[in-house]
Design a binder for this molecule. Structure first.
Ligand code: PMP
Length: 403
């Protein structure tokens, strides 16, 4: 397959701003959407718009079968054992909140919750709130000097028999990859419930939840070429079935009287209210798009591009890279000498280059690194060598201007 042809499927990338053609290096924040995803959502609104599950009419039956077909696609996509293990949410943040809230009754005061020191706030704050409700104690798993999770420190923390271990698959701020199969196996042996935040992994790696062995795996549609407003919570049936619902109301019930409500079975029990139907259908189209790609060829191409990006940035001089390894996924974090990351980002934007600047929703990680923030360049299936060269040329002029 000619990977360079992929780019033409993403209409946003064809634009120019102020005479510069768009060089989009912010895929880790949200990916661009291929035409097939836009078309699938348009088709739903043009032809099939109806609420799911409830009505006797054909339009609703059509919407329902499209919506439920995406659950089957997701089951295959992450290799879940059962379709009921796939819950539609609004995104990674909601998925983690559902788990942290749903486990409240399982957690005793004084028990330990281990979290990844490089985690996104979405994989920190819900656990802190759980700890406030239950008296559990949050313990961050330290990082090594090169920003990897410190496995020997992790081993030592496991002796405290944590109730929950929450990991990132790939750090959004740095792009570092965690050996989740190994970490989850150890956590399970110590008796912990495990959650892996796959928001930054799902578009780049082939994810097999049974091989990872985790209890929960969560991700967002918009980071995998799908729409915003939809995400997934995978839960191993036995554990998922014990979660109390975060939201209650319509759709999630079997029967309701003024005295008593009986909840529905999975997956409906955890999908209260009208779901984001068009977005789920768009996510289905994104899965078809990804499934149509030669994934190992693409992975090799993405890795080569990322290593090229790391190399060219280093070669510029006066650029500090954070946690850069050859097995990183999708992103490079950096600063230009002591220059403020925001200044660098604005000057890059003036040349058509879109990168992310700030704390990347990972303030504890920035504190560990002694930083207020940094810039992050991130790539997707549509990124090519010309994007990297444009970015590096723009960085040269930013450097000339600021240093
Ligand atoms: N975790 C990670 C690793 C992320 O990169 C993100 C998005 N930046 C989130 C969680 C939150 O995802 P969302 O905003 O789509 O809920």
């Amino acid at each position: 397959m000619d990977l360079s042809s992929l780019r033409s499927q993403f209409p946003t990338l064809a634009q120019s701003n102020d005479g510069y053609s768009l060089c989009y290096l912010d895929t880790a924040a949200t990916s661009q959407k291929p035409q097939c995803v836009i078309d699938a959502m348009n088709q739903y609104y043009h032809l099939d718009n109806a609420n799911v599950h409830r009505a006797a009419h054909q339009l609703s039956a059509r919407a329902t079968s499209q919506y439920e077909a995406v659950r089957d696609k997701l089951q295959l996509f992450v290799n879940a054992e059962r379709r009921e293990e796939i819950i539609f949410t609004h995104g990674t943040t909601e998925s983690i909140n559902m788990v942290a809230n749903g486990l409240t009754a399982h957690i005793k005061a004084g028990t330990v919750i281990l979290i990844d020191s490089a985690a996104h706030h979405a994989n920190i704050v819900p656990w802190q709130e759980l700890a406030k409700r239950t008296g559990a104690i949050i313990k961050p798993i330290p990082l090594t000097a090169d920003c990897r999770l410190d496995v020997s420190a992790f081993d030592a923390l496991l002796s405290q028999k944590p109730a929950i271990v929450a990991l990132s698959h790939v750090s959004n701020a740095l792009g570092t990859l965690n050996p989740v199969n190994e970490l989850v196996a150890k956590a399970k042996q110590a008796g912990a419930i495990t959650l892996v935040d796959g928001a930054q992994a799902i578009a780049h790696l082939t994810v097999d939840v049974q091989a990872i062995g985790c209890d929960f795996y969560v991700f967002s549609g918009h980071k995998m070429y799908g729409p915003t407003g939809v995400g997934t919570l995978y839960g191993r049936f036995e554990v998922l079935d014990t979660l109390s619902p975060l939201m209650t109301g319509g759709e999630m019930i079997k029967s309701v009287s003024f005295e008593h409500t009986e909840f529905n079975i999975l997956p409906n029990r955890l999908e209260a209210g009208t779901p984001p139907i068009a977005e789920v259908i768009g996510l289905g189209a994104a899965i078809d798009f990804i499934n149509g790609l030669p994934r190992s060829e693409l992975h090799a191409a993405e890795q080569a591009l990322l290593i090229y990006l790391q190399h060219e940035l280093t070669a510029l001089g006066d650029v500090v890279l954070y946690g850069a390894h050859t097995d990183n996924i999708g992103a490079v974090a950096f600063n230009l000498a002591d220059e403020h990351h925001q200044d660098v980002g604005i000057l890059l934007d003036q040349q058509g280059i879109a990168v992310r600047c700030g704390h990347h929703c990972a303030m504890p990680l920035m504190q560990t690194l002694g930083l207020k923030g940094c810039c992050r360049a991130s790539i997707g299936v549509y990124t090519n060598k010309a994007d990297i060269d444009n970015f590096i040329n723009a960085m040269k002029s930013v450097k000339n201007l600021l240093l």
